[in-house]
Write a protein that binds this ligand. Structure first.
Ligand code: ADP
Ligand code: MG
Length: 321
């Protein structure tokens, strides 16, 4: 049996480093240097077995996703990730599981030059909490509160794939491996976020479903939003597996787990945004407009109002997986 200090040793061997880490894993606290002229963006997210991922999710996918959801929060602020702290609660001292977890974690951490600088390791029902730290030039962060009436509303990538995978998993019928990959291996939109600095007025990442998350942005900005359902970016694979457009819209609006960025920008910036995103091989779609008033209005391609009965995931009112 490996025991706590063997587990920490396994983590430490995979932690990576950077010049701004003066002291990483091994002491009572890490010592880190924030570059002059930058603000430190800090965000934390917990993943709990059975709530945030289906119980057949591999250790490597859990490792990837636990970091990805945190990097997605930094992306939503237009911050560049630098450091992570990992609080792990494991049911047993299963070294193989931990090695698998670290495979997924390290794969994503290396891709974005993230050093793991500390954490805590305890025993209990599987739960993973990561705190991610990133830098943003002073004053350049994208907040939820910056949207203005008349701005376009954009979303990166496509919506609904992860929710489609979850729906198939719950149903127990045919499943698409491509949809499942989008659920297990979300891509934090970090390159997109940097491209949007100075062009977008507000941003949020879509973790709980577009309706819920855009609702947070419009509330924070004190405005409303009108969304054209016919413009929601939809992958071929989602359309193939969910032919009914009403069902698809529900997945796209309330499903969650997309980790795309939803952002607002003046129409005058549209061309610059398209060019900046194209330069990093990314894309985003205008899905509607910021309007005066409050709340979200969804319009079908026929011009009819579309009512959503549930807007997104709430840990205290609904169960996920
Ligand atoms: P303490 O008793 O001071 O909390 P620990 O024995 O819990 O110290 O941890 C020893 C070192 O290992 C610390 O630097 C801590 O940050 C690091 N550490 C423990 N668990 C993890 C983990 N899951 N991921 C990263 N670092 C960890
Ligand atoms: Mg400790």
């Amino acid at each position: 049996m490996p025991g706590e200090f063997d587990l920490i040793g396994r983590v430490r061997a995979r932690a990576g480093t950077r010049p701004d880490v003066l002291l990483g894993i091994g002491d009572d606290a890490a010592l880190l240097r924030v570059p002059r002229g930058f603000e430190l963006a800090v965000s934390t997210d917990t993943l709990i077995a059975g709530v945030h991922f289906p119980d057949d999710t591999t250790a490597a996918d859990i490792g990837w996703k636990a970091l990805a959801v945190n990097l997605s929060d930094l992306a939503a602020m237009a911050a560049t990730p630098a450091w992570a702290v990992l609080a792990l609660t494991l049911p047993s001292d299963d070294g193989d599981w931990l090695d698998g977890f670290l495979d997924g974690f390290e794969e994503l951490a290396r891709r974005h030059d993230v050093a793991l600088v500390g954490g805590d390791t305890t025993r209990g029902p599987l739960s993973i909490t990561i705190t991610a730290h990133g830098f943003v030039p002073a004053g350049a962060a994208l907040r939820r509160s910056g949207a203005r009436v008349g701005d376009d509303i954009w979303v990166t990538g496509t919506l609904g794939d992860a929710a489609g995978a979850l729906a198939q998993w719950r149903r127990g019928g045919p499943r698409s491996a491509k949809l499942r990959y989008r659920l297990d291996r979300p891509t934090p939109r970090l390159a997109e976020a940097l491209a949007l600095r100075g062009l977008a007025t507000a941003a949020i990442d879509v973790s709980d479903g577009l309706a819920a998350d855009l609702g947070h942005l419009t509330d924070a900005s004190g405005i409303g939003a009108q969304i054209d359902l016919g413009r929601l970016p939809t992958s071929r694979i989602l359309a193939d597996h969910f032919a009914d457009e009403h069902e698809r819209w529900r997945l796209q609006l309330s499903g969650g787990d997309d980790y795309e960025l939803c952002f607002t920008a003046p129409a005058a910036n549209a061309l610059a945004i398209e060019q900046a995103l194209a330069a990093c091989a990314a894309s985003a779609t205008v899905i509607g407009a910021v309007i005066a008033g409050r709340g979200l209005a969804f319009t079908t391609p026929d011009g009819e109002a579309f009512e959503l009965n549930a807007s997104g995931y709430d840990h205290f009112t609904g169960g996920h997986v």
